[in-house]
Design a protein around this ligand. Structure first.
Ligand code: SF4
Ligand code: SF4
Length: 96
């Protein structure tokens, strides 16, 4: 993938979770593991992980790295929801 004008490392020294009013939630049954959310997250708050518990109905997707959101560093901007081409991310209002 080409480089993009984003940070190369997570804003790991800053906990951004208090900024959020909504948080992204991934529906792994819709996720094709395309990694577009990972590419577009401006805070590198999405990791790609191998986790057999993150099931996909499609066998060929189950063996691929799946996106996992680091909620400590996610600021809730919603870019991942906008960019996911498969509608697999939904921003859900944080509990008060
Ligand atoms: S962009 Fe959507 S379909 Fe692609 S890996 Fe992320 S959640 Fe899954
Ligand atoms: S809501 Fe924004 S900061 Fe959080 S994972 Fe999605 S793109 Fe990254």
């Amino acid at each position: 993938m080409p480089f993009l004008p984003i940070t190369y490392a997570s804003t790991s020294t800053k906990i951004l979770s208090s900024w959020r009013t909504s948080k992204p939630v991934i529906d792994y049954t819709k996720c094709t593991r395309c990694a577009i959310c990972w590419k577009f997250c401006p805070d590198v708050a999405i990791d790609l992980v191998v986790d057999s518990s993150l099931k996909s109905p499609n066998e060929k997707f189950s063996s691929l790295e799946a996106p996992s959101i680091d909620y400590d560093h996610c600021k809730g901007c919603g870019i991942c929801e906008t960019e996911c081409p498969f509608g697999a991310i939904e921003m859900v209002r944080e509990e008060e």
